[in-house]
Design a protein around this ligand. Sequence first.
Ligand SMILES: Cc1cc2nc3c(=O)[nH]c(=O)nc-3n(C[C@H](O)[C@H](O)[C@H](O)COP(=O)(O)OP(=O)(O)OC[C@H]3O[C@@H](n4cnc5c(N)ncnc54)[C@H](O)[C@@H]3O)c2cc1C
Length: 434
Amino acid sequence: MQVQNDSGCSWINDLNPRTNINSLLSNEECDWLIIGAGYTGLSAARKLGQINSNLKIILADAQLAGEGASGRNSGYLVDTTLNDGFTSNKELQNYKKKADIYSLGIDVVKKFIKEHQVDCDWNESGKYFASSKVEDKKILENFSNTLSKLGFEHSLLGNKELSEKLGTSFYNIGLYTKGGILLHPGKLVRAMIEALPSNVILYENSCLLNWSKNKNFIFCNFKNGIIKSKNIIFATNGFLKSLGIKSNYNFPITLTASMTRRLSEEEFKSIGKPKEWGVLPVKPMGATIRMTKDRRILIRNTAEVYNPYKMSQSELYKRSLKQETGIKKRFPQLEDNIIQSTWSGIVSRSRNSSQIFEKLDENVFAAGCYNGSGIGVGTLFGEQIAIKATNESTKEIEIIESRNKPTWLPPDPFLSLFVKLRLSFERYKAQTEI
Ligand SMILES: Cc1cc2nc3c(=O)[nH]c(=O)nc-3n(C[C@H](O)[C@H](O)[C@H](O)COP(=O)(O)OP(=O)(O)OC[C@H]3O[C@@H](n4cnc5c(N)ncnc54)[C@H](O)[C@@H]3O)c2cc1C
């Protein structure tokens, strides 16, 4: 097993290359071992380091820290996601629990950036859910109903208002929610690396190959050494399943995204000089598309069952063509070959959209499976799993644990087959929206 990212992500390439990168080269012992250095693992390490300043904490990642999904996502820190209407109060209550977790996630990221004076292009711009299909009005009206019941400020918009705000006449119906933040995911995760307490040792390019528990210790085998730890937290999200964690409750999905170069002054003028915005699709397989603060367009319009360890350049290229089509549909006046970079990333999904936040065994913990919304929830779950692992309780843990747990999934090959069929069906329904 080798986890290897492509090097094409604009968000990551915006940042200065890091120095002082250490890998595990010998055997080590520690009190705490955290596997995975994305938002979840970095937040768990930060919190543990604060709580236990005298203990030895190791954080290990198969690649460079923060360069998995955490540094390569679309940068929507969401307060709500689209659920089109409810048939019962129970479902409404479930939605509220999910939204409560999102709200805690926003709070914890906000607190982090305030405490550490982080510049991550934070913009409380709100976000749009939009579609080119007028028939989707029904879905948005149902959603609006839900949002009203739960007190989320929002408004329904038609083609004219959307065109003015977004600079494209592609969308005919939309819903704007005032909550929700757009940010630069690479800058946020880089700040989390820089904020690691001094008692956290970070090993990068150090892939956990397998692990076992024997009495009071966990033994973890890496290519160049073994770590013997008293406690372990798994924070590998899309790779939880590959390490045997909650294998029948989550599965990886590969997403690809592209970013254009910066639009020229004339190009920007041609689309009406809109302010920064973010649009999420009404149909799940439609495009997520964003105009960044510095006038680049980001688009993500694929989600698939694919070898999660790496996507080849030729496969990325195929997907970038689909992303160029998505951009040209919305902005036909822009020239071809405007895409500057295309990359892939892995997320973890569950059947019922619930997350994993658990003590799996004595001294063994896991957090992840954010169903594509892990910026806030990952940061929250990372901090809170560290607190739970030290036997403390908080109101946040109560809220997290009051949510339904992920439901059982059949083993492969049935699962992959079922997911592929489902994604194809959703893709068909969203074919106008890519
Ligand atoms: C294209 C894309 C767009 C997205 N858009 C959004 C969005 O707009 N908003 C949002 O909230 N979320 C979004 N997401 C999801 C979000 O990025 C994730 O939910 C979040 O990054 C999860 O953080 P994490 O720390 O749990 O996992 P990750 O960031 O995936 O970190 C896990 C780490 O574990 C490491 N690892 C894996 N296996 C091993 C091993 N065996 N040994 C050691 N280390 C290992 C990996 O290298 C990785 O760095 C998007 C994701 C993608 C890919």
